[in-house]
Design a protein around this ligand. Structure first.
Ligand SMILES: *Cc1c(COP(=O)(O)O)cnc(C)c1O
Length: 416
């Protein structure tokens, strides 16, 4: 992500030409689609941040900030399309088959978002009234989806304490499963998240997943994995996604996180389950028509971006090592806990709060350009009273990482 004014912002090769096309005329911008509009919005956004034209912005707030490359946009433009509500979009069908095969399951459904995948999965597993799902208390499904499973599905949830490695205690799980009693909701499903976002992109240990599946089989409970970043887990472990989800009844993966597609998630399960999922998808308003234009981005991502996810993980290791080597202790991190493309930094709030640290990292201070050799603005997010999260993705180059590291070390050393 080079400088703000630069054409390189526009997702790599041919950027300059694309900007000219889009900016050419007001009505043409819309007509030309994402090409010109995207570039304009990005420049505008960074303008809003209030940094100068020659500032390098390294935006690590989320891996949802990926920008489709020219290759991806070309694939989208050339996709063969049909009406997917009728099951007639060949590109959507190809993506669904591809993801089902990758995960070793029978079937898959392309959906607008990961939230909708999780919602549909939970509603189908808990399809009798009075159902209850058991889920870690720091999971996306429990914390970041508006309680949609209760709001739209009337599903009660029972939370289990999330451990720092993203797992929960199987003893606690057994104790939390309620007896068959007229007073209680019916335990119906267990959900896990892999990698675990809010625990810093942790990869759930395979041995734990295996124990979990034995436990759930004994308890007679199905298993759902929110695998928004399952492919990051697979790359980190060097184990196939199929093996990781072997004992799971349903799995969600997101194409719009580190995989870099602009839109889309895929729900994977048995053929019968996916047939029901497609029915519910339509009922929820998630039926899409010529969505092959989006599925093409997903297919492109699996072919071209999946194989490079390890670079994002390497970048996190470089950042973690540099922060770990900073003396002083105002901002620290644990490199051994950084498994994938997410890194949690811990602030000593007596010296700097996470919010203050984020503000400082975004600002270009006085004398900083001279000290660092360039103006660098880094965008991170504060997630609680002590923690700042950063996420790497394909548009963050090694060069950006090196600039970020210089700035991090400079800022951390400057904290009194
Ligand atoms: C992003 C994310 C989702 C789904 O997000 P959408 O924005 O709805 O696509 C689900 N689970 C986890 C762990 C995520 O990080």
């Amino acid at each position: 992500m080079a400088d703000l004014a630069g054409e390189t912002m526009n997702g790599g090769g041919g950027g300059g030409g694309e900007i000219k096309v889009g900016v050419g005329g007001k009505t043409r911008v819309g007509e030309e689609g994402g090409v010109g509009v995207g570039a304009k919005i990005r420049v505008g956004e960074e303008g809003r941040v209030g940094v100068g034209g020659k500032t390098r912005v390294v935006d690590l707030r989320s891996d949802t900030l990926t920008y489709p490359s020219l290759g991806m946009k070309t694939a989208m433009m050339e996709a063969i399309l049909g009406d997917d509500v009728l099951g007639e979009d060949p590109t959507v069908n190809a993506l669904q088959e591809r993801v089902a095969r990758l995960l070793g399951k029978e079937s898959a459904a392309f959906l607008p978002s990961g939230t909708m995948c999780n919602l549909i999965a939970v509603l189908l597993h808990c399809d009798r009234r009075g159902g209850e799902v058991l889920v870690g208390d720091n999971c996306h499904i429990y914390r970041w989806e508006q309680g949609g499973i209760a709001q739209f599905g009337g599903v009660h949830s029972k939370s289990l304490k999330t451990h720092p490695d993203g797992t929960f205690s199987l003893t606690e799980l057994r104790q939390a499963v309620r007896a068959d009693n007229i007073h209680f909701p019916r335990p119906s499903l267990v959900c896990v998240e892999n990698t675990h976002n809010m625990e810093g992109g942790k990869v759930l240990p395979l041995s734990w997943l295996d124990e979990l599946s034995v436990t759930c089989r004994e308890l007679g409970l199905p298993l759902h994995m929110d695998g928004a970043r399952l492919l990051n887990a697979s790359v980190s472990l060097g184990v196939s996604p199929e093996r990781i989800v072997r004992d799971f009844d349903s799995v969600t993966i997101c194409l719009s996180k580190g995989l870099g597609a602009p839109v889309g998630s895929v729900l994977v399960s048995s053929a019968a389950f996916i047939e029901r999922a497609k029915r519910l998808r339509k009922g929820l308003g998630g039926g899409m028509r010529q969505s092959g234009v989006l599925a093409a981005a997903g297919l492109y991502a699996l072919q071209h971006i999946y194989p490079r996810l390890s670079e994002d993980h390497k970048h996190v290791q470089i950042i973690a090592k540099a922060v770990n080597e900073c003396v002083g202790g105002a901002v620290t991190c644990d490199p051994s806990g950084a498994h994938t493309n997410i890194l949690m930094l811990t602030c000593d709030p007596a010296r700097i709060t996470p919010a203050q640290f984020c503000t400082r990292m975004e600002k270009v201070g006085e004398g900083e350009e001279a000290a660092l050799g360039e103006r660098v603005s880094c965008r991170l997010i504060s997630i609680n009273d002590t923690t700042v999260r950063l996420v790497t993705y394909k548009d963050i180059s090694l060069d950006d990482v090196e600039a970020l590291v210089k700035k991090l070390v400079y800022v951390i050393k400057g904290i009194a």
